[in-house]
Design a protein. Structure first.
Length: 394
């Protein structure tokens, strides 16, 4: 296993990166292939919570950002991470669900109405440098997660009237519900939802994932925060129950058959298993899933698990945040439970993981929250080149 620590030195008053030193590097990387960017805002009271990043048709990137609670902003950058434009949504559009989705070469995201709490699907107009309303779903209140897989789009929500977690499949135009399912929470968790959407309390790791035969919903269920398996008709088949609301899964990546890469939490503790076996018809507790404790990592921050390709080989990749506010990247080969490489980033400035993706040039683009001067939360991106990723696994 290979460890690499990366130290980034920032000059906060300029809000630019002047130096990036790789302690174990063997090569000098071109700045256009490897960079760090912080996106400055003149408003000293602004508090950014970056949510999602997606590649654009021009090889640039689109960033979905929450600020000052549940308000929404879009940032567009070029391929080198330079800010091209940004757009702040009107006050009626709030609570962006942390996942940008692509459909017909256009980017969309889900949010809700500030008063009615119902769901909007918003379209990003890259040419017009703005965001427009695409569809409304009045029957879906408090949206918490969205997934697009193939032609299917799923939205998860919390029903404040019936105390249910709902899952909805939309048609290809995303303007009608064609299937729905739900599970009972048996408790009023609206206060937890309100804290979640306003960033005033615990942020829960809501997600939806899909296998050939099941839709997997991570949300409130049966007095707990649980991972629920449903069939393709959105009927309940099984569950991994959390420890009330203080335990459960942070993230899950379907691998093959009943194999999944997972991260789970129990109170302030975080655990990884890159090859967990889960049974879609089981009724189990999440803490029964074997996993390795990660005592240095912060369980309350997002954990991302994705597959990336390095020199033709697929690696299961975890991005998380340490308790000392560094980023940690862990890579696993297929079938292995020990990481082949671990990389730390951000020794000199507090960083928190938000999202990442593999770029068209086979590098890695990481989205993070950076605390400038220890107090101003801003959006940051870190680009690792393909050469840096290759060096990780050498």
């Amino acid at each position: 296993m290979k460890y690499i620590n990366t130290t980034y030195i920032f000059i906060p008053l300029l809000l630019t990166v002047l130096l990036s030193t790789l302690n174990s590097c063997k090569k000098t990387y071109k700045p256009e292939k490897s960079f760090v960017k912080i996106y400055h805002d003149e408003n000293g009271n602004k508090n950014d919570h970056p949510l999602s990043i997606h590649a654009t048709k021009d090889n640039g990137f689109l960033i979905l950002n929450a600020f000052n609670g549940w308000n929404i902003e879009i940032l567009k950058t070029d391929q080198y991470g330079e800010l091209a434009w940004k757009y702040e949504l009107p006050e009626q559009y709030v609570n962006a669900v942390p996942h940008l989705i692509s459909k017909n070469d256009e980017l969309y995201f889900v949010c809700m109405n500030a008063v009615g709490l119902f769901t909007y699907i918003m379209r990003v107009d890259e040419n017009g440098k703005q965001v427009t309303e695409f569809a409304q779903h009045q029957n879906i209140q408090y949206p918490t997660s969205v997934l697009k897989t193939g032609n299917a789009v799923y939205i998860q929500n919390y029903n404040r009237i019936s105390f249910e977690t709902g899952i909805f499949e939309l048609n290809t135009e995303m303007d009608q519900i064609i299937k729905s399912g739900s599970v009972m929470v048996f408790a009023d968790v609206e206060e937890k939802i309100v804290d979640h959407v306003h960033f005033t309390g615990k942020r829960f790791p809501f997600f939806i994932e899909k296998t050939d035969n099941h839709v997997i919903v991570n949300g409130f269920n049966n007095y707990s925060f649980s991972t629920v398996f449903m069939d393709n008709d959105l009927n309940y088949t099984g569950v991994y129950n959390g420890a009330a609301f203080e335990g459960g899964l942070n993230a899950l990546l379907p691998l093959s058959n009943t194999n999944f890469a997972i991260a789970r939490f129990s109170f302030s503790n975080l655990y990884f298993n890159p090859r967990a076996k889960l049974t879609p018809t089981a009724i189990e507790i999440a803490e029964s899933i074997p996993a390795v404790g990660m005592s240095t990592l912060a369980a309350e921050n997002p954990v991302l698990i994705k597959s990336i390709n390095i020199k033709g080989e697929v690696y299961t990749t975890y991005l998380a945040t340490t308790k000392s506010n560094q980023l940690i990247l862990q890579l696993y080969q297929a079938g292995n439970e020990e990481p082949v490489a671990i990389k730390y980033m951000g020794e000199s400035v507090p960083l928190k993981a938000s999202d990442f993706l593999q770029t068209s040039d086979e590098g890695l683009m990481i989205l993070a929250q950076v605390a400038v001067m220890g107090s101003f939360n801003r959006v940051a991106t870190i680009k690792l080149s393909a050469e840096e990723l290759e060096e990780l696994i050498e």
